[in-house]
Design a protein around this ligand. Structure first.
Ligand SMILES: Nc1nc2c(c(=O)[nH]1)N[C@H]1C(S)=C(S)[C@@H](COP(=O)(O)O)O[C@H]1N2
Ligand SMILES: [Mo]
Length: 256
């Protein structure tokens, strides 16, 4: 893998399936390595917290592209029986729970912007009128813990269709109404993944304040830091915007 090749990828964007197949074959022939080994595909048991800069950061963005190209948008994340759902979930954020201001669900609005035809802000009541789904899945935090939970809400895919989003765009970005103005962004394939939801409930009850009420993302194919809570805005675009933890060196793709 030459640095010119990586630079070209970063400049021109996108990596095609045949690029990936080529890389895969060359790596295997040369060193018996798989692309998965090269990219250190994250998993529940993998931490990715080393500070990155310069060349490493470049490789990290390159890996994001490889992971995005390898991602199968229809393959489901593992699900579990209801009996395994944690009755009380584990709280995590960059600040203590006492810092959280309770968002009034009646005045809450979800802003919608970017490559969408209908930019009308959404109320919680209106969001509740859309079809919902719930899955029992595992939440994996890179800090070294995981927990099974049941989140229910509106498939992001349904919502994107409803607002007339350009689903050929590269990214869906989120902004949060919390003490650190948390942000995040994901690839369109993960945004349209069947299990990706705008969660309104946990264990069949309305989401509790500390877990991101009135609405948080639940994206079972991604790690914990890719699950923004207290979402206040959704933006569809072709411009990479990273996210809060990505700014500290976490791999943007953040898949399981
Ligand atoms: N708004 C906001 N969302 C956030 C975070 C945060 O600090 N602020 N932390 C992320 C991280 S690292 C994790 S592991 C999960 C924790 O979600 P939980 O409190 O439901 O366990 O939220 C994610 N979403
Ligand atoms: Mo996390």
């Amino acid at each position: 893998m030459t640095s010119e090749r990586i630079e070209r990828y970063l400049r021109d964007g996108g990596l095609s399936k045949s690029d990936v197949a080529n890389l895969q074959r060359r790596l295997f022939l040369k060193r018996g390595l798989s692309l998965g080994a090269l990219t250190l595909l994250s998993g529940c048991d993998v931490t990715d917290t080393a500070p990155v800069d310069g060349f490493l950061k470049m490789i990290s963005r390159f890996n994001d592209g490889v992971q995005a190209a390898l991602f199968n948008g229809e393959k489901l994340a593992p699900t579990f029986p209801e009996s395994m759902v944690a009755p009380t979930f584990r709280y995590n954020a960059q600040y203590g729970p006492e810092k959280i201001h309770k968002i009034n669900p009646d005045t809450w609005r979800l802003e919608v912007s970017g490559l969408v035809t209908d930019k009308t802000p959404w109320t919680l009541e209106r969001l509740k009128t859309l079809p919902q789904r719930a899955d029992v899945t595992r939440h994996c935090c890179v800090e070294g813990w995981s927990m099974i939970g049941k989140w229910g809400g509106v498939p992001l895919r349904t919502f994107l269709e409803k607002i007339g989003a350009d689903t050929s765009a590269k990214y869906v970005a989120f902004r949060c109404d919390d003490p650190i103005n948390y942000t995040g962004s994901i690839d369109m394939a993960s945004a349209r993944h069947p299990q990706t939801i705008m969660a309104l409930t946990y264990a069949d009850k309305p989401l509790e304040a500390i877990f991101g009420a009135p609405m948080r993302m639940k994206i079972p194919v991604k790690l914990g830091f890719k699950q923004p809570k207290f979402v206040s805005s959704i933006h569809v675009s072709n411009d990479y915007s990273g996210g809060y933890w990505e700014g500290y060196g976490y791999n943007w793709f953040g898949g399981l």
